[in-house]
Write a protein that binds this ligand. Structure first.
Ligand code: TRP
Ligand code: ZN
Length: 868
């Protein structure tokens, strides 16, 4: 493993390439034999040796053109083969150990199922290979396994032959005609329940759909399969893109580092993004299943047919595919709640990443461990950048650009610049300035300042932008941003600017400053910007409480309306922080009451507006956070909210009936609103009965979990009783139990650490399963504000101790969970000191993984930077 950073600027095209691969794999728990025969061709004259990547594999033999070849050495995880012809057949035999592969990269055993995970650099744990995305080859794979234990043997593409061996094993040969990089390679062997269907593409080609799930879980697979068909249809309708093989397979496994993987024709999924039924899955789970199924399906074009030249270009496929799955979800469900959901992710996690030592542009410049760059920046900010193309070019222009992208690059491994160039053909706008979004990191702040001149009736509104220096980049330039702009008065009239700079409600901010002027104005107008979150930026717009309520009342854009209330809540919490809760006066409570009564039937908007900004979101508009102070200010405001608005809240709760469960948008909105109200009511002593009733009567997991979440915010005794009952009911169901683990781990209580220890001793808990680890330790580190940030340092130490163990098992997951510790910069000096102490302990660990090393060392280095 290398601790050396690789730089984007150092990219070199491959010296050799591989055009065709045949593999013969004999599965065995500890000694799986892999024989790989590759057609190798020299592309460039420099360098004599063929250098193949390999990791944690035992090499048995090297044969060139049927002759044993001994002129090779293994250096720094590479197999260097010297004295090779210009073009030749290379056969490598090696052995691997799937059972002891607990990092879940390469070939591993997941609860009795063999499966692979090759992105980003996992194929090198299967065999020595040119393990880089710009080497594309066709693969033919023959898989041998025990016939009884592993009746199903899968790989990419189409099955072309099968048979029995005389030792109790059988074999299947799979052929994938589409040249692909090794990261899209996959194999699976197991004994599954199978759900089958067919989809006929718009050009009339039938595609077999196969969904493989654990035995006994068949009934939980129907929704995923239906989602897949909706995604296939949507991509045809929206982008004219059809599927390109005869068969599309999805396998659900319990042990998986991420959400899912888009292997060509053979997706492998974390079972939590496949299995869903009304009893065991929440509305949110259903939503996530549909969106992840779609995401992986959409990769077939944006990722597989057109792939990345090198891993610095990851956002080429991920940002684009996240944007595509977001658009799909918005079309399947509702645009507003989707948008809010994604903006929350940006504000809670991406802004935090931008402000941290791990700050990087959506196209990173420097990487030690690629697994660390599957980030909210590359994925979600990447999707925001694609969304801005969509906004600037319009749906038709965007489609035209996408068509050109596929026309130029189908079958190729390309760069983000290639994508921008294709988009450029579809617009008269000059995109060269816009492209700065790919190379500049950090969150731009747009400041709105207005001057009103009573005597002339003129008003000017100035938008200025600034991006603060980040850990990775000192100097920043003005970005090119589409900014929606609306201007209202206290009566709800809308105004246009004198010069018509605002077109169709949008203005381009491409310099550090822009001024709009308004004439014949009788009162200071209220500027409302960044509707629908039209650019991934923070906004400083100094509106008072009355103005924010005006925005809620009158703004055209629903996102702006929701956001105005978020700003109002943040302002109120600030009053509590400053010790002036009385500043949140009657007019404000009356305003909020009017919101509740006025929108009582708009369950979608109201449900969103009843969510008080999370602690993590509040942190992003504050610095040097004193955790206990902010947390208790937030808590006190929530308490006041429940007490002051009890009557309208109860009225809403009672007005939404719990009818028999259906997963329809209207029903989802109603449940969401009702459960959100219940969280507020839970703070009232006389409402505990409502929680118990809902828990007892729920016919679906959404309402059951809604009751538990409310109880978590309410009386301890009620919470404990319901949690016990829940555990008894779901003890044998790990996916459901993860919700229970997560609720316990995020509960604020003095003895939280001994609680966590108990959870880790639970029969269903195992350090080897990422879902369990995330549910317990991840939930605690990310979301148990009081416990993790306890000023006695115990929370930080607990997580660190755990990460030391976890790093030996699964570095990729360890490096994700360390994230909150690395973001010490946001907190007050007392916290910073304690957090850095723990980071230093980690850095001192012998044989620390490259994953943890990169994040921890960067985080500690940031310390010296900011102290200079
Ligand atoms: N490409 C996958 C996606 O679509 C990401 C992914 C799945 C992944 N498993 C991984 C990335 C393991 C790195 C390591 O989101
Ligand atoms: Zn993806």
């Amino acid at each position: 493993m290398s601790m050396q950073a690789k730089k984007r600027a150092d990219y070199q095209p491959p010296v050799f390439t591989i055009t065709d691969v045949k593999m013969d794999v004999r599965l065995h728990p500890t000694t799986t034999r892999v024989e790989t025969t590759s057609q190798v061709k020299r592309l460039a004259s420099e360098g004599n040796a063929l250098a193949l990547d390999g990791d944690k594999i035992q090499l048995d033999s090297v044969v060139i053109n049927d002759q044993p070849h001994s002129d090779y050495q293994v250096v720094d995880g590479q197999l260097l083969i010297s004295n090779v012809p210009e073009q030749f057949t290379l056969t490598i035999v090696n052995t691997i150990d799937p059972q002891n592969n607990r990092a879940l990269e390469g070939l591993y055993l997941s609860a009795g199922t063999y499966c692979t995970q090759c992105e980003a650099e996992g194929f090198r744990r299967i065999t020595y290979y040119l393990d880089r995305p710009d080497v594309l080859a066709t693969f033919e794979v023959t898989l041998h396994g025990d016939k009884q234990q592993y009746p199903t043997l899968l790989a990419n593409g189409n099955p072309i032959a099968r048979g029995d061996n005389d030792d109790g094993t059988h074999w299947v040969t799979w052929q994938d005609p589409h040249p692909k990089p090794s990261y899209l390679f996959a194999m699976v062997a197991g004994d599954f329940d199978l759900l089958e269907d067919t989809y006929t593409t718009s050009s009339g080609k039938p595609v077999k759909l196969e969904l493989y799930v654990d035995k006994g879980k068949r009934e939980r697979g129907h929704f995923a399969l239906a989602s897949l068909k909706r995604a296939m249809k949507w991509d045809e309708d929206t982008f004219g893109l059809e599927y390109d093989l005869d068969i599309y397979m999805i396998v659900a496994v319990d042990f998986f580092n991420m959400g899912a993987m888009e292997n060509k024709g053979l997706n492998v999924f974390n079972s939590k993004f496949v299995l869903a039924d009304q009893d065991s899955a929440t509305d949110e789970d259903f939503f996530n299943v549909e969106s992840v199924i779609a995401h992986e399906y959409f990769h077939n074009w944006t990722g597989n047919r057109v792939t990345c030249r090198d891993w610095f270009q990851l956002s080429l496929k991920e940002g684009l595919t996240v944007f595509r799955d977001q658009q799909f979800s918005a079309d399947m469900t509702s645009p507003l709640s989707n948008r809010i959901k994604h903006v929350r992710v940006m504000r809670e996690h991406q802004f935090a990443e931008d402000a941290s030592a791990m700050s990087h542009p959506i196209r990173p410049e420097e990487v030690i461990e690629m697994n660390n760059f599957y980030t909210v920046t590359v994925y979600d900010k990447g999707a925001e950048v694609i969304r801005m193309f969509h906004t600037l070019l319009g749906p038709q222009g965007f489609r035209k650009g996408m068509d050109e992208y596929f026309r130029r690059h189908d079958g190729q491994a390309v760069t983000c610049d290639d994508f921008v160039a294709a988009m450029q053909t579809a617009t008269d706008l000059d995109l060269s300035h816009f492209a700065l979004w790919y190379s500049q990191s950090g969150t731009p702040v747009i400041t709105v300042s207005s001057v009103f001149d009573d005597s002339t009736g003129k008003m000017t509104v100035t938008l200025s932008q600034r991006t603060a220096p980040t850990a990775d980049q000192r100097t920043k330039a003005a970005l090119f941003m589409p900014v929606t702009f609306d201007c209202i008065d206290s009566q709800g009239n809308h105004y246009s600017d004198d010069d018509g700079l605002v077109k169709d409600g949008m203005v381009i901010l491409d310099k550090s400053e822009l001024t709009l002027t308004f004439s014949d104005v009788e009162e200071p107008l209220i500027p409302v910007i960044l509707g629908n979150f039209s650019a991934p930026a923070k906004v400083h717009n100094d509106l008072n409480a009355a103005q924010l309520l005006n925005v809620f009342q009158y703004a055209h854009d629903s996102f702006n309306r929701w956001d105005a209330l978020q700003s109002l809540y943040s302002w109120c919490i600030n009053c509590y922080e400053q010790g002036t809760p009385e500043a949140v006066d009657d007019t404000i409570w009356q305003g909020l009451e009017a919101v509740l009564t006025g929108e009582a039937d708009n369950h979608e908007l109201l449900g969103e507006c009843l969510v008080i900004p999370s602690f993590e979101t509040l942190c992003q508009t504050r610095s040097q956070v004193d955790v206990a102070a902010l947390n208790s200010a937030r808590d006190a405001f929530c308490q006041a909210f429940s007490v002051r608005l009890a009557e309208p809240l109860k009225a809403i709760f009672n007005s939404i009936s719990t009818s028999a469960y259906t997963y329809s948008q209207q029903a989802v909105n109603a449940r969401r609103c009702r459960n959100q109200v219940l969280v507020h009511l839970a703070r009232l002593d006389d409402q505990q009965g409502a929680i118990k009733t809902q828990f007892a009567q729920a016919d679906n997991m959404t309402d059951t979990l809604g009751a538990l979440k409310a109880a978590q915010a309410g009386q301890r005794q009620v919470f404990e009783t319901l949690m016990e009952e829940f555990e008894q009911r779901w003890n044998q169901d790990p996916l459901v139990l993860d919700k229970w683990f997560g609720l316990h781990a995020t509960t604020e209580r003095d003895d939280i650490l001994s609680q966590l220890t108990l959870l880790q001793q639970h029969p269903q808990f195992t350090i080897g399963n990422p879902n369990r680890v995330r549910a317990v330790v991840g939930s605690f580190a990310f979301f148990n504000t009081a416990g993790f940030h306890n000023l006695d340092g115990s929370g930080y130490k607990f997580v660190t101790d755990y990460l030391m163990e976890l790093d030996k098992v699964n570095p990729q997951v360890a490096a994700r969970i360390v994230t909150p510790l690395t973001q010490w910069h946001n907190f007050s000096p007392a916290h910073q000191q304690l957090m850095k102490t723990q980071l230093n302990r980690l850095l001192g660990v012998k044989e620390l993984s490259s994953d943890l090393f990169e994040k921890v060392s960067k985080s500690l280095a940031y310390q010296s930077n900011s102290e200079q």
